[in-house]
Ligand binder design. Structure first.
Ligand code: IMP
Length: 207
């Protein structure tokens, strides 16, 4: 039987990576696929990735009650980038860092100027992802994974989304924006957290 999952996000970049990860053997639908228009930004007012992932998952689960999707699993992702030289910022505020509407090019300029010419050893950073999974019985589980690397000296790459152009991963010596979606999912915080979700669901063999 196909596993039915609703991805609780308005972020197209995340939804694309999550759908690609699960592949055609899963029925993975985003909120826009089912014409649900909710402002998840307003929901994520917690202090931690875990709080926000749970808030988003539970909020969408509630919205789906009484709909045709009430028996679907609901999966929410809260994620961001932590930069050691900036005391862990932007962290949980990654989406809103310097203002939600601020273009990423401007955010990169700011981050790179704050880090000036710090040597590679002092440019450590990581993407963090928490996946919150709510089952039809309302039980909730969270899964955490990270992808470590260092902040580039200049943005590079066109793929992915968000801060991808400035995180260099040692595995490839490239930014994650220079990786295709398969390469990124194989090593990323999101891909690894999703692997934990699959192990939990015990359906890895379907991939
Ligand atoms: P939120 O989980 O909706 O609070 O937003 C997460 C934010 O973190 C995104 O809007 C991006 O700015 C950033 N982010 C999360 N995951 C990634 C990633 O895989 N690549 C680049 N940026 C990311």
């Amino acid at each position: 039987m196909q596993t039915n999952i609703i991805v609780a996000t308005n972020n197209i970049g995340k939804a694309t990576e999550i759908k690609h990860f699960f592949g055609p053997c899963f029925n993975v639908l985003s909120l826009s696929d089912i014409s649900i228009d909710v402002d998840l930004d307003a929901v994520e007012d917690g202090d931690t990735f875990v709080d926000n992932a749970i808030k988003k998952a539970e909020f969408v689960k509630d919205v789906l009650k009484g709909s045709n999707y009430r028996d679907f699993l609901v999966l929410a992702d809260d994620s961001g980038i932590e930069i050691d030289a900036l005391g862990g910022k932007p962290g949980v505020d990654s989406a809103n860092f310097l203002g939600r509407e601020t273009p990423y090019a401007k955010r990169f300029e700011h981050i790179l100027s704050e880090m000036d010419d710090l040597p590679v050893e002092e440019r450590a950073a990581r993407f963090v992802c928490i996946m919150a999974l709510v089952c039809p019985c309302d039980s909730i589980h969270t899964f955490r994974a990270t992808l470590g690397g260092y902040i580039a000296y200049e943005p590079q790459g066109e793929q992915g989304f968000g801060y991808d152009p400035i995180l260099v991963v040692p595995q490839y010596n490239k930014t994650t924006a220079m990786l295709d979606i398969e390469q990124k999912n194989a090593i990323s915080h999101r891909g690894r957290a999703l692997t934990l979700v699959l192990e939990h669901l015990d359906c890895g063999s379907k991939l």
